[in-house]
Design a protein around this ligand. Structure first.
Ligand code: PLP
Length: 470
């Protein structure tokens, strides 16, 4: 025993084994130089990929060949054919969807995480992954102003965060009714009711569908012109109800009136869940914190690391006031899982094996610090306001109150707006998508990246105005 223990720790690795590890070296060097060239070329390329680059992806298709291929050839191909077919999402002029950039510390951490190749399911498989994700969750809890003792899970995005938090809600409400939903399922179960606003994010419906709570069984609450749930239109709530609120509408950035809604819901014994994919991060800045007032009174929250905190793709967080409810919904037992008393990531996540994405969030939050996170939120909100002001001054209609980093602009009729968006995308200076907001076609501008500068905003405004006048 002693001998084998010593031979592990103290003997040099055999030279043939070393040769296997040596194979990583030129590949990682190649990846580094390609990545650096890619990032340094970001300013000189259109934000959208060229049509020819997308067509060239054809050369990467075809059947898998018989013989092995050299990693160098593969990296060369990815760099030559793959990179040009990317969207320059990490540029300062990508305003599509709500997509954050990737901070340098997060990107570097992602590379290390790949080199470590950790499985973040159990502490024993990766102490570093387990510890750093717990720390990142705790930092997030604090930045979002959520109650002490809140715990949660690091997942792929807000969709899975909604799913996970709602699984905790489902568990808790059924448990109160004496029904064991994890073991006995939904057939024959008492009924739960889900209440959500008419402008809830579609990923919430998807999560409810996956949970067997149904996409279309949701009771929809009418909203105002900004997409905020109308407190006066709230239906009857009881202890069988999950009320889903939103902090940050994906189109307008608006927040449901938590201060009015949550106390009533809690009094009725309902579970309150908050989809705060990006909006909850407004709590990280003293200038916008007021928008999140009252949301801390909820039972669960979903948010994203990859949106406002710029931790890179992918990372979402499910946070639950009583983490035992999440654990009850997610944990599994097996004889080979001899675990200690520590927090085990897989007890809280829908997944078993998973990559250590919590490390990247930890690194992103470390790079920012509290003041950096506040600054990122304020800066991007400032950019959004500048967009709104410049486009309004040019005679175009801004459809939303720009409360955070989202702007909706109409360039006139539906046809004119869609034509303008197509021209903006084709021009390539920046990238914005379209939406239909309460019946009106609009362009969405979401400023979510740490890279975006005032100059990026002015260049983009100029490109938008040029496209609108053509
Ligand atoms: C982006 C978003 C989601 C979905 O998040 P993913 O990270 O893409 O899974 C859910 N809700 C809101 C409000 C969002 O903005």
């Amino acid at each position: 025993m002693l001998h084998s223990a010593m031979s592990c720790g103290a003997c040099p690795v055999s030279s043939s084994k070393q040769t296997l590890y040596d194979q990583y070296v030129p590949i990682l060097q190649r990846a580094l130089s390609s990545a650096v060239a890619y990032l340094q070329g970001m300013e000189d390329r259109p934000v959208r990929p060229e049509a020819a680059a997308v067509d060239a992806l054809e050369s990467l298709r075809g059947p898998l060949q018989d013989a092995p291929e050299s990693p160098e050839v593969i990296l060369e191909q990815l760099d030559r054919v793959g990179a040009p077919a990317t969207v320059a999402k990490n540029s300062g002029r990508y305003f599509g969807f709500v997509n954050g950039g990737c901070l340098p510390a997060a990107m570097g951490a992602a590379w290390l995480v790949s080199a470590w190749d950790q499985n973040a399911s159990f502490w024993v498989q990766s102490p570093v992954a387990a510890e750093l994700e717990a720390t990142a969750l705790e930092w997030t809890r604090e930045l979002l102003g959520l109650p002490r003792g809140t715990g949660g899970a690091v997942v792929t995005g807000a969709t899975m965060a909604n799913f996970s938090a709602l699984a905790a809600a489902r568990h808790a409400l059924f448990a109160r009714l004496g029904w064991d939903v994890e073991n006995d399922g939904l057939c024959g179960a008492p009924e739960l009711r889900v209440v959500a606003g008419e402008e809830a994010h579609p990923s919430l419906s998807k999560a409810l569908g996956l949970l067997g709570l149904g996409r279309s069984r949701v009771v929809r609450v009418p909203v105002d012109g900004q997409g905020r749930m109308r407190a006066d239109a709230l239906p009857h709530l009881d202890s069988r109800t999950i009320l889903c609120l939103q902090a940050g509408n994906v189109n307008t950035g608006a927040f449901d009136p938590a201060l009015e809604l949550i106390p009533a819901a809690r009094k009725a014994g309902a579970w309150v869940h908050v989809d705060g994919a990006f909006g909850m991060w407004a709590a990280a800045s003293p200038a916008s914190r007021h928008l999140t007032a009252g949301f801390d009174q909820a039972d669960s929250w979903a948010t994203d690391g990859h949106k406002w905190p710029n931790s890179g793709y992918d990372c979402g967080l499910a946070l639950v006031r009583n983490p035992e409810e999440l654990r009850a919904a997610m944990s599994i037992d097996a004889p080979y899982l001899v675990l200690g008393a520590r927090r085990e990531p897989a007890d809280y996540t829908p997944e078993f094996s998973r990559r250590a994405r919590g490390v990247e969030l930890w690194a992103a939050l470390r790079q920012l610090g509290r003041s950096g996170m506040a600054d990122l939120v304020e800066r991007t909100i400032g950019h959004a306001r500048r967009f709104a002001e410049a486009l309004r001054a040019a005679g175009f209609e801004i459809l939303n109150e720009v409360v955070i980093n989202q702007v909706l602009v109409s360039f006139g009729s539906k046809e004119k707006t869609l034509r303008t968006i197509a021209r903006i995308q084709q021009d390539g200076t920046c990238w914005c998508g379209s939406t239909v907001w309460q019946g009106r076609t609009a362009m969405r501008i979401s400023v979510s990246s740490w890279v975006t500068t005032t100059e990026d905003v002015e260049r983009s405004v100029a490109a938008m105005l040029k496209a609108a006048r053509e």
